[in-house]
Design a binder for this molecule. Structure first.
Ligand code: SAM
Ligand code: SF4
Length: 469
């Protein structure tokens, strides 16, 4: 692969962002109200408007932003939460990101890459717990070539067990060149995620001292290359704690605008992980720009309002209480029952060194997460139907097409939830989940849809699977 950055320029206007954050400290309540109203009318916010939201200090105005994000979520997306699991394929890495347990110079990292059989065993374990959607994660290493990544994706799709299978594989791996992205696309991936980590170029240089990832521009333009290769389902993200979080939210927004302007389509998902402690990684115990819980809630709400059409991912890095709270402010996808050590789902760690990248905040099982979601009135969803029916840009359609959520998303969420309950759940989750399904089916307004959902549920009770709208 050629890491050629000739002619590339940054599209992150550092000074402009700093000026915007400096000059928007005293927005009036009426301005904040108008900005929220613009977002609720399904418009992406401008950098100026977003900076005003980010700078709000007054508790009442902050509450107004949290309430606005909540309203947007309820109004547009309803009460579904999509579930997935990470699958770590290999932690060999030639980079030295100072915050990561997999970095090259970490002697406490036990290096490991799944063999073909181990990958099948990991996938089987995930299928057997009820998962349908994965994100496959790779360190950056010549061993993990585009062909290798594509092969591992194919292996996962080909692994069937019992009544289950993985129906959507997303990727979190290093940025590739255009040819490499084409190879991975051909394996049928869903989203390709690349986090910029920090959009602050000077900080980026200090935090990524060596390896291909030390090039800010190569990474920043990574998703442009993915688009050029025909992958239009992309995830952006920033690792919160490396620099001022308000700057990072602005960076995510400018990246969004870049993709919209150049390709006519924004990011499919935005991620905003906070740094977690990693073994052998002192940096993570005192990140220079730690984000408090209160700021984190505002950060989630502002992203929701700033880019109302995008999916928002919250991972099990966060503790349960935070996860439960920020679900209200617009998160659409969470992982559950996650293990982030290479081989952890099917094997045992020897405990002496670490194969994990960092430490998780939420270690509940998938079944426990599902139980609690159902108790809280959320519909856990494993839906993959848009992607498989060729309706690409699923999240955007939910947002843009009136009635889409009612016609497709809610019925499909209920059907995939029922599959989980029939095949994998504990007794308490089955009971709570079936009650929820009954209430939700009865609430479907369109009589024809309601009848079809009921018909499909009966067929599923008789053993049919993978029925969707
Ligand atoms: N190696 C690829 C890369 O760096 O893009 C992809 C996999 S990397 C393991 C996935 C993400 O983990 C990184 O983009 C980074 O944001 C996140 N990460 C690294 N160290 C972390 C930590 N200590 N706490 C939370 N997230 C971390
Ligand atoms: Fe390697 Fe990715 Fe970790 Fe950096 S974040 S050390 S590239 S695995």
């Amino acid at each position: 692969m050629k890491f050629d950055v000739t002619g590339l320029k940054s599209f992150i206007p550092t000074q402009e962002i700093e000026q915007l954050l400096e000059s928007t400290r005293n927005a009036e309540a009426t301005e904040i109200r108008d900005i929220i109203a613009k977002s609720l009318a399904k418009n992406r916010l401008s950098p100026l408007e977003t900076a005003k939201l980010l700078n709000v200090q007054d508790p009442e105005l902050k509450q107004m932003i949290l309430d606005g994000a909540h309203e947007l979520k309820e109004k547009i997306y309803g009460n579904r939460i999509v579930l997935f699991a990470p699958l770590y394929v290999g932690n060999e890495c030639i980079n030295d990101c100072v915050y990561c347990g997999f970095r090259k110079s970490n002697p406490q990292c036990l290096r490991s890459t799944l063999s073909h059989d181990q990958l099948v065993a990991e996938t089987t374990a995930l299928v057997d717990s009820g998962h349908k959607r994965l994100i496959m994660v790779y360190g950056e290493h010549p061993q993990y070539s585009p062909e290798y990544i594509a092969d591992t994706v194919r292996t996962v799709y080909a692994t069937k067990h019992g009544k289950g299978e993985i129906r959507r594989v997303n990727i979190n791996a290093a940025p590739l060149d255009v040819e490499g992205f084409k190879v991975v696309k051909a394996a049928g991936i869903g989203t390709y995620q690349i986090f910029q980590e920090t959009y602050h170029e000077e900080s980026y240089a200090k935090l990524h001292p060596s390896g291909p990832k030390s090039s800010f521009l190569w990474r920043l333009h990574g998703l442009d290359r993915a688009m050029e290769a025909g992958i239009d389902d992309l995830g952006i993200g920033a690792l919160m704690g490396l620099y001022n979080w308000k700057f990072e939210v602005m960076g995510l927004l400018y990246h969004t605008i870049r993709l919209e302007e150049r390709f006519g389509i924004g990011p499919h998902t935005i991620s905003f992980p906070r740094i977690e402690p990693a073994i052998g990684t002192d940096f993570t115990t005192h990140p220079p720009f730690m984000v408090s819980d209160d700021d984190f809630k505002l950060l989630v709400a502002v992203i929701r309002l700033a880019v109302p059409y995008t999916g928002m991912i919250l991972t099990a890095r966060e503790p349960i209480e935070i996860r439960n709270e920020v679900l209200n402010y617009g998160v659409s996808q969470i992982d559950a029952g996650s293990s982030i050590g290479v081989g952890d789902y099917s094997g045992k760690d020897d405990g002496s060194k670490s194969k994990s990248q960092f430490v998780l905040g939420d270690t509940r099982s998938l079944d426990d997460v599902i139980f609690e979601l159902a108790q809280g009135g959320y519909i856990p969803s494993f839906c993959t139907s848009c992607y498989r029916a060729g309706r690409t840009g699923e999240h955007f359609m939910e947002f843009a097409i009136p009635g889409f959520v009612k016609r497709f998303c809610t019925p499909n969420a209920l059907l995939t939830f029922a599959e989980y309950l029939f095949d994998y759940s504990s007794d308490r989750t089955l009971k709570s989940g079936m009650d929820l399904i009954e209430r939700e089916v009865n609430a479907i307004e369109d009589e024809a849809s309601k009848a079809t959902v009921k018909e499909y549920l009966e067929k599923m009770k008789a053993g049919k699977r993978d029925l969707f709208f």
